[in-house]
Design a protein around this ligand. Structure first.
Ligand code: ADP
Length: 733
């Protein structure tokens, strides 16, 4: 038997670490004694070491079953870098590579062999493993075995029968998420009910949890990220489309953000991921495809734009914040409609799968709406009791931090527990609530529960949601418990039975109210493009800016609209730009305009902000992507090279009208376009001068007005619009 000293010195020698963390050493010793071992440890706590060390120190090869091919390669590379001989077998290998690895394993050279579950089930591989000297099998991400977990993989359920064929070898199962139900499922499936369980606490003491109503989310996002300027964060969205939209939206608002989802080319994914790791971008907006195996220690916030499908998923994803033990803010946006949407997605799934998914979603919405300490709820979900006061004292979740409405739960608990007792512990939430509220459905009648006079209908003065909340809190306080065998059923606990005999006061908290979240808002709530902020601008400042524009116009002898147009002034009266850069960010104003006319506007705004004590940090301005020329760079380059516009249009597959539209967008955003080379061919110079003169003296740059003025001439609308571009370029940009 290997001694503890030998293990410790190997830790130092191979990995360079001074000591084991948490349960690592005990787990390693357990495996070395050839005992089945079950490890439940939160992400980042160091699960891999638990099987890597015994694999290295023992004779033979350990097989590691792991679901993610991409991570497998990572792990193998890391081990090789430490000088440990590790390899993997999966579908990405060529025949000759596979053969080479098998030979090395049979020669006893490979200490760890990572295998994908689908490779494990292949017959030729089973035959090979039988021949090899296998020390033990480690099953990573063991929750994939359970249909009740959040990442069920059917091939995982066949692992045990294959291991049986390989030989009598110990098994170590590892996972970072397991509710009591999932835990039981794993142990049953692997036939290791007797295994030694090493469960670490799931409490992430440094994480702050908060659930916010999903309302004005974009504005909240920008505000939040600006408040945490320069810090790394992840925003999870459900759909790829949303990922792209939000990433783009953040970029438009000056936030360094990049999108990530499985639909991008691997090279794009790799780049965006690297940019995030290297802090080229602060925020990564992603689907849950992002994050597996990513070990960035200083992610300061994880935001869930959409509600996750399960608390396991939520815990895993939020777990990527604050891995270094420092601040980690976890904010989720919630509305009931999102839960219903997710339920709809499940409607084509087989019945059991659909029902499982619904149970997980119910837990998710209960968690969100509850005003009970988030930490307590999360830990309870994973089978852990949290009686500590640390969360309350430090305000480490919204429910502990903010005032919530409390009431005495005593009388309600009595009713809930009594109902569980009288219905013989054979029912779940919905039925219990129906009994208490005196519903008259067929089940109630057929079970005769309407005859239970002590409880039937005693709670009819309160609503469904109230009683659900009471039963959940009765559960959280362990007066009742979930039946692990039969999902959904609630049973009595000893504590509950005692309570019935001798009831006492228990602090209950009223659920949060998410009902005022506008149901459809987020779909269409893109605020008006900032070029036309309709109502929200500062009218006083706007008038001052207009007066200033008039003054400049007179001074330069130009019509006011040439200086800047109204929508730009409105935007300035919303965003309060006080620097040249900020001013150049306003739609319709480029650097050219800033240099030409910007100074006096800036001076005015700076004074105004000071006099009125406006905290610009507090002003959350959000911009939408708005209209943008897709071919901007190309068009500018071609015009610089004096390429015929017809040719430019043709090359980009645009009609002439479309090209002119794009040129207008470019020009109105502040870029000079020198069109003389083209215009001189189509309009004689004298006429051009007349038109320029007209625009200089007109009240507006309206095209129809201009065409009316020149209707005797042979000027088309397109010509006139090109002339307007020339005019704006010369005088305004
Ligand atoms: P998990 O699989 O539980 O998410 P990992 O096995 O990836 O976690 O380990 C997380 C990090 O902790 C890794 O960077 C690993 O090298 C490091 N680590 C593991 N054990 C120790 C230890 N005893 N001392 C120091 N660092 C450790």
């Amino acid at each position: 038997m290997v001694s503890v000293e030998e293990i410790r010195s190997t830790l130092k020698k191979v990995f360079g670490y001074d000591q084991f963390r948490g349960n690592q050493e005990k787990i390693i010793l357990n495996i070395l004694q050839r005992k089945n071992t079950f490890v439940i440890m939160p992400t980042g706590a160091g699960k891999s070491m638990c099987y890597q060390m015994p694999a290295i120190i023992q004779e033979g090869t350990a097989i590691v079953i792991s679901p993610l091919i991409a991570l497998m390669k990572n792990q193998v590379d890391q081990l090789n870098a430490f000088g440990v001989n590790a390899s993997f077998l999966n579908s990405t290998l060529s025949k000759s590579e596979t053969n080479r690895i098998k030979r090395a394993t049979l020669n006893g050279e490979v200490k760890l062999l990572y295998v994908a579950p689908e490779s494990l089930t292949k017959e030729e591989n089973v035959a090979f493993l039988k021949e090899a000297n296998i020390s033990f099998a480690a099953i990573d991400e063991a929750h994939c075995i359970s249909e009740w977990g959040h990442d069920f993989r059917p091939e995982y359920r066949r692992i045990k029968s294959i291991i049986n064929q390989v030989g009598d070898i110990p098994i170590i199962a590892l996972t970072a998420t397991a509710t009591p139900k999932v835990q039981l499922d794993i142990q049953r499936n692997l036939q290791m009910e007797e295994a030694d369980l090493f469960k670490s606490s799931f409490n992430r003491e440094n994480l702050y949890y908060e659930v916010r109503p999903k309302k004005n989310v974009k504005k909240q996002l920008v505000k939040f990220i600006r408040e945490h300027h320069g810090k790394s964060g992840i925003i999870y969205c459900l759909s790829r489309k949303k990922v792209e939209e939000i990433a783009q939206f953040l970029k438009v608002n000056g936030i360094k953000a990049a999108p990530y989802h499985a639909g991008f080319e691997p090279s794009v994914r790799m780049k965006n991921q690297d940019d995030f790791l290297n802090e080229e971008v602060d925020v990564i907006v992603a689907t849950i495809a992002f994050g597996m195996g990513i070990d960035k220690p200083d992610v300061r916030f994880v935001i869930h734009y959409d509600v996750p499908k399960s608390l396991e998923g939520y815990y895993q994803e939020t777990g990527r914040a604050g891995r270094d033990g420092l601040e980690g803010l976890c904010v989720m946006f919630f509305r009931q409609e999102d839960i219903q949407k997710l339920e709809k997605f499940n409607k084509d799934k087989p019945v059991t799968e659909r029902e499982n998914a619904k149970v997980l979603l119910d837990e998710m919405s209960s968690y969100s709406e509850s005003a009970v300490c988030r930490r307590k709820q999360l830990l309870h979900y994973f089978g852990e009791e949290y009686e500590d006061t640390a969360c309350k004292e430090s305000g480490l979740c919204d429910n502990c931090k903010y005032e919530r409405e409390h009431f005495d739960g005593k009388d309600y608990i009595k009713i809930a527990v009594k109902t569980v007792e009288l219905t013989e512990e054979r029912f779940g939430m919905a039925h219990l609530v129906s009994v208490i509220r005196g519903s008259q459905n067929q089940y109630i009648k057929s079970y005769g529960h309407d005859q239970l006079s002590e409880v039937y209908g005693v709670g009819k003065d309160k609503g469904d949601l109230f009683w659900r909340s009471v039963i959940r809190q009765t559960l959280l306080n362990e007066f009742i418990k979930k039946d692990i065998e039969h999902v959904g059923l609630l049973k009595l606990t000893i504590k509950g039975k005692k309570f019935l005999q001798e009831p006492f006061s228990v602090d209950f908290i009223k659920d949060l109210d998410f009902s005022d979240v506008d149901q459809t808002e987020e779909e269409n709530n893109d605020p008006a493009p900032s070029a036309h902020p309709r109502n929200s601008y500062d009218k006083v400042l706007f008038d001052l800016l207009k007066t200033e524009r008039r003054r400049i116009a007179q001074e330069k002898d130009l019509p006011p609209y040439v200086i800047v147009q109204d929508p730009s002034l409105q935007e300035m009266a919303t965003t309060y730009p006080t620097t040249k850069e900020a001013l150049a960010n306003v739609n319709g104003i480029g650097m050219g305009k800033v240099e030409k006319f910007g100074g006096s506007f800036l001076k005015l705004i700076i004074n105004y902000v000071e006099e009125n004590n406006i905290d610009i940090e507090d002003v959350v301005v959000i911009k939408t992507a708005g209209s943008k020329s897709k071919n901007k760079i190309y068009i500018i380059q071609q015009i610089d090279r004096k390429i015929d516009l017809e040719e430019v249009a043709e090359q980009k597959n645009l009609s002439m009208t479309e090209l002119v539209e794009e040129m207008e967008i470019i020009c109105f955003a502040g870029t000079k376009l020198k069109l003389d080379y083209y215009l001189n061919h189509i309009i004689d110079e004298e006429k051009q001068e007349d038109i320029m003169d007209y625009f200089l003296n007109a009240d507006s740059d309206d095209i129809d007005d201009a065409l009316d003025e020149f209707d005797d001439d042979d000027i088309t609308e397109e010509d006139m619009r090109l002339m307007r571009i020339k005019f704006i370029s010369e005088y305004a940009n």
